[in-house]
Structure formats: structure tokens, C-alpha cells
Design a protein around this ligand. Structure first.
Ligand code: FMN
Length: 466
């Protein structure tokens, strides 16, 4: 039997395969198997297929986006996770379950396994399990991992990237989103170490449900630390699965710039613009959710760094250019930042003083580097797709078309930033996508929707071999 190594296929074919696999919710290997199976079924060689093979139907692929891995930690709330198993099964989810060693002191693998309907997993070094399913398959064959109860210990280990038992090894190896349902004594919950670990995990992209406030198992204890109720956790699971985005940009490096730049007048004053960074940050987040390796170069904004994204903070246009050049090579570069066109050439080294009765200082402006054009016009390390933004207040599409030609980029996302639109700093945006093929006017939608649509368009374009 000939063996085929997917890694050796050409890049275009690999990307198309990945996209197809992501859409059908299968691994690339399973997608190749499915394609080969249907090719064999359609081929005239069918006649030669043995009777035994014909009688064996291919096993149905797992329902996309419905596989959940439940990790039960060693807390008193573990008993509630038995009910959670039932709630998740009721919702038609394919469930696998890991119990930490500590969890087995609170619930038995037998009870959990009976409810799941198959054996549960407890040991990283169990040879029978490793040759059968294995920790990497447990990590890979899941759309969402739920840790309930998430003990203080598990939060600490996960935040530190530990992998010394089955639960932590699988949670470190999975690319699926992780939903944490913490449960612990209120003082453990309030401890700075726990809060620090939680903040780290949330910044890394984990989701949180609970904990709730109320009576604790220990007599006389109450406060925040009760695990969320199984129904609440199951609802959070369904919400996250519904939000899940196919990893259409896996193995793709994406650079996004966002926000304004600040150009100093002196050490305490600067020239800025009204860009909030919401659109650029939403694009970086959407790209990361689609599986891309994302670098966000952000000017000064009042937004948290998007989870799952490497964020580089800069202040001036020249800092931004340096950070962009350091980020290359990338597959896609999206320049959503509102970079100041000019900087102050005679910026004061000390704070400029107002002299009573004296003249107001004159600011001499000097043109800033053109970051978009400098990347789009590169001969070496030019990204495959260079996308600029055009913030206009008049003749939106005509100006955007002219910018596309002038800058040498592939697409321009043009938006009307006239004050009446509320786009600058607002949550919604109406954009037109200008490409060499024409202009597409998109409806007014949230900046997250614009981001998701743009990422889907990018994935479709990259899937076509260059
Ligand atoms: C009776 C008892 C109840 C416990 N309840 C909790 C709890 O609710 N939350 C918690 O974080 N740890 C709790 N612990 C401590 C954990 O069991 C301990 O930190 C253990 O190492 C956790 O292991 P795991 O995180 O691998 O599951 C409890 C321990 C005992 C003995």
C-alpha cells in the first residue's frame, strides 16, 4: 500500500485541504481518508473490492464542533460534575472524561464512566490507554475542554504550563478552547496567587464560568468559590461551541496594526487622532480564533490585549514601522492603525513653557514613514496579502481606489469616519472592500462582524494556490 505524507504536498494543496477539513470538522488526515474513501467507492475498482470490505461501512465522522472533554479536578464539587456529565449528554455532545488522581478520591472512575458511557481516563502513563486513545488524541479530538471543578491547584499548574499528569498534559496539548469552572474555599479563591493564575489563563484565551457566591461545603464558610451549577456550565459549553470558529487560518502568520499613534510635541503633549483600536483589535482576535499565529502592533489604546495574540505596544509611527518590520515575514498584513501622517519635527526635549505675553510656539510638521506602502512595495518578504484601511470623510470609494493603486497593496477596507457615522470610537462600522476586482459594500455591522467577515475572505483567498 503506497503511503502518502500530507507534509510533502505542495503548500496550495495543503491549505485547500486544511480549509476543507476545518469546514467539515475533521482532522486533515481524516479528510484525506474521506476523500480517498469516496474516490475508491466511485472508482471502477469497486468491483474488485472484497465482499468483506463492501460490508464494512466507513465509520461516520464525529459530528463537527460537538466533542467535549471534561476534566474533573480534585475538589469537593466533583460530585456535581457527575450531574454535569448528564447535562452535557442530554445536549447531544460527544463526551470524554479525565479524572485527576485527586478527583478519584471524590468520585469513582466507575461512576463517571457509567454516566459517560465509556471508560474515563486517569493516568498519563497507563500503557493500555496510551496505545489505545493516547493523551495527544484526547487533546486533539475535542472541540472544547471543560475543567470542572477547576481546583486552585489545576489553575496554578495550567497557568504555569505544567504537564505532569494526564489532565494537565492534555490541557497543555489541546488547541481547543478551555472553559474553567473554578470551585474552592473563598480564601483560596481570593488569594493573590489564584487571581494571578486566573488572569494569566484568561489572557491566554481560557473562558470562565462562575464561581458563584454562597454556602461552602465546610461548615460556616460562605463567599465566592462555589462551582457554577451544572446547568450553567452546560449552557456556557453550548454558547462556546456555537461561537467556535473553524481554524481556517491554521499555520498562517498574520500581522495586524491597530489604534492611533501619538506623536510627541514635548515630553507631556502629543498629537493624536480619535482611533480607538476597536476594529484592529477585533481583527487580531478574529484571526487568532481562526487559528492564525497573530502579532498585533498596537498604538496607545484603552483596550485589553486580545487573548491568544502576541501584542507589541508602540507609541509613534516610527516605533510602529520598526515593530512591523521586526514581525516579518508574515503571510498576511492588515494595517488597520490610524497612523499619524505627520510628526512634530521640532518637538521639545523639555516641556514647552508658556511665557506670559509671549508668542504661541509654532509646530513644524514632518511627514511620517508610510508603513502600508513600505510593506506593500517590498520585494523581499512581501506578505502574500497586504491589506490597508482607508479612513475617509468624503469620496470614500474613489479615494480608496486611488489609495490601492498608490500604495501597491492588495485590498483596501474603506470606511466613512465622518463624525455623524460614529465609526471612530464606536462599536459598529460600515465598510467597503476595494480590490483589483471591484468594490463590495458591506452592510452596517459590529466591528466583530466586520472582522469575522474579513478573516473569512482572507482564508478563502489564501486557500487558492498562489
Ligand atoms: C476534602 C477536601 C476537599 C477539597 N476541596 C477542594 C476544592 O474545593 N477546591 C480546591 O481547589 N482544592 C480542594 N482540595 C485540595 C485539592 O484536592 C488538592 O489541591 C489536590 O492536589 C488537587 O489536585 P488536582 O488539582 O490535580 O485535582 C480539597 C482537598 C480535600 C482533602
Amino acid at each position: 500500500m503506497a503511503s502518502l505524507t500530507v507534509r510533502r504536498l505542495d503548500e496550495g494543496l495543503k491549505k485547500a485541504l486544511r480549509l476543507r477539513a476545518a469546514r467539515s470538522g475533521r482532522s486533515v488526515e481524516d479528510e484525506v481518508r474521506t476523500i480517498l474513501r469516496s474516490a475508491v467507492a466511485e472508482s471502477p475498482r469497486d468491483a474488485r473490492t472484497s465482499a468483506r470490505e463492501q460490508r464494512t461501512p466507513p465509520s461516520p465522522p464525529p459530528t463537527p464542533s460537538r466533542r467535549v472533554l471534561l476534566v474533573i479536578g480534585g475538589g469537593i464539587a466533583a460530585y456535581k460534575s457527575l450531574d454535569l456529565i448528564r447535562r452535557l449528554k442530554e445536549r447531544g455532545l460527544a463526551l470524554r472524561c479525565i479524572l485527576t488522581r485527586a478527583a478519584t478520591h471524590f468520585v469513582t472512575p466507575l461512576a463517571a464512566g457509567a454516566l459517560v458511557g465509556e471508560r474515563v481516563f486517569t493516568d498519563l502513563f497507563d500503557p493500555a490507554h496510551e496505545f489505545d486513545v493516547g493523551h495527544i488524541r484526547l487533546a486533539r479530538e475535542t472541540d472544547l475542554a471543560v475543567v470542572a471543578p477547576a481546583t486552585a491547584d489545576l489553575l496554578a499548574k495550567l497557568a504555569g504550563g505544567h504537564a505532569d499528569d494526564l489532565a494537565t498534559a492534555v490541557l497543555l496539548a489541546t488547541e481547543a478552547k478551555i472553559l474553567l469552572a473554578p470551585a474552592m474555599n473563598p480564601r483560596m479563591w481570593a488569594h493573590r496567587a489564584t487571581q494571578r493564575n486566573l488572569a494569566r489563563l484568561l489572557a491566554d484565551g481560557a473562558a470562565l464560568v462562575g464561581p458563584n457566591e454562597g454556602e461552602m461545603a465546610e461548615a460556616g464558610e460562605r463567599g465566592p468559590g462555589r462551582m457554577a451549577e451544572p446547568v450553567e456550565i452546560a449552557d456556557a459549553v453550548m454558547r462556546l461551541l456555537a461561537e467556535r470558529v473553524a481554524p481556517v487560518l491554521a499555520n498562517t502568520r498574520v500581522l495586524v496594526t491597530s489604534g492611533p499613534t501619538h506623536e510627541p510635541i514635548d515630553p507631556v503633549r502629543y498629537i493624536a487622532n480619535r482611533s480607538s483600536g476597536k476594529q484592529g483589535h477585533a481583527i487580531a482576535h478574529a484571526a487568532a480564533r481562526a487559528g492564525a499565529d497573530v502579532i498585533l502592533v498596537s498604538g496607545p489604546v484603552n483596550l485589553p490585549d486580545p487573548p491568544g495574540v502576541t501584542t507589541v505596544h508602540v507609541e509613534t509611527a516610527r516605533d510602529m514601522l520598526r515593530a512591523v518590520e521586526r514581525a516579518l515575514p508574515v503571510d498576511v498584513a492588515i494595517f488597520a492603525a490610524a497612523v499619524a501622517d505627520w510628526r512634530v519635527d521640532n518637538a521639545g526635549r523639555q516641556k514647552m513653557k508658556k511665557i506670559p505675553g509671549g508668542e504661541a510656539p509654532t509646530l513644524a510638521l514632518k511627514e511620517n514613514p508610510d508603513i502600508l506602502a513600505s510593506v506593500a512595495r517590498r520585494t523581499a518578504q512581501r506578505p502574500r496579502l497586504v491589506i490597508g484601511f482607508a479612513a475617509e470623510t468624503e469620496n470614500i470609494t474613489a479615494n480608496a481606489r486611488a489609495k490601492l493603486a498608490r500604495k501597491g497593496c492588495d485590498w483596501i477596507v474603506a470606511n466613512d469616519v465622518s463624525p455623524h457615522t460614529g465609526v471612530m470610537g464606536g462599536d459598529r462600522n460600515r465598510v467597503s472592500l476595494v480590490t483589483a476586482d471591484g468594490v463590495e459594500a458591506w452592510p452596517l455591522q459590529s466591528k466583530e462582524e466586520v472582522a469575522a467577515k474579513l478573516i473569512a475572505r482572507i482564508a478563502d483567498t489564501l486557500a487558492v494556490p498562489a
